[in-house]
Write a protein that binds this ligand. Structure first.
Ligand code: HEC
Length: 133
């Protein structure tokens, strides 16, 4: 392999890592602009494991209900039973690489779990927790 080819290969191999850093830091900047500060992995983990009671059905809900508490393992959808790929980016490099995807699921999953949309602070804390798993 000549040098140029090695350079190009190295560049291509590094793209997934940049992509992840970009999606997460873009969102962190957005959540900061919306009033979030000092995003904290411990707060994110606590919220991830916290149980909420659904106002209508009275059942207990948490992020772990579909994604499980061990984010290096596959999850299972609480309603449909469908498998969910592991959340930890170290196990599943596709995780947290697309802003659109992350936003869409934050909306849906916060509404289902907390009964409302998450605040900018909560979403920043979730990312702080998830991105280093
Ligand atoms: C009812 C089941 C369910 C619950 C509860 C749930 N999720 Fe999810 N989540 C999913 C599904 C399904 C997907 C999309 C499929 C996938 O990404 O594997 C997803 C995807 C995501 C993604 C997108 C990740 C990416 O790489 O794009 C994030 C972030 C996420 N969930 C966060 C949360 C948070 C935070 C909570 C708790 C507030 C939560 N989820 C609760 C089912 C759930």
């Amino acid at each position: 392999m000549n040098r140029k080819l090695i350079g190009v290969t190295a560049l291509l191999l590094s793209i997934p890592f940049y992509a992840q850093a970009d999606a997460v830091s873009d969102l962190e900047a957005e959540y900061q602009a919306q009033g979030g500060t000092n995003f904290n992995a411990t707060a994110g983990e606590a919220l991830w494991n916290k149980e909420f009671i659904d106002a209508k059905k009275g059942d207990k809900r948490s992020c772990t209900k579909c994604h499980t508490a061990d984010l290096k393992k596959p999850g299972k959808h609480a309603r449909t039973g469908k498998a969910i790929e592991p959340m930890a980016p170290t196990v599943n490099p596709k995780r947290l690489t697309e802003v659109k995807q992350i936003k869409k699921w934050f909306v849906r999953n916060c509404k289902w779990t907390l009964g409302r949309e998450c605040t900018a602070q909560e979403k920043g804390d979730f990312l702080a927790y998830l991105k280093n798993l």
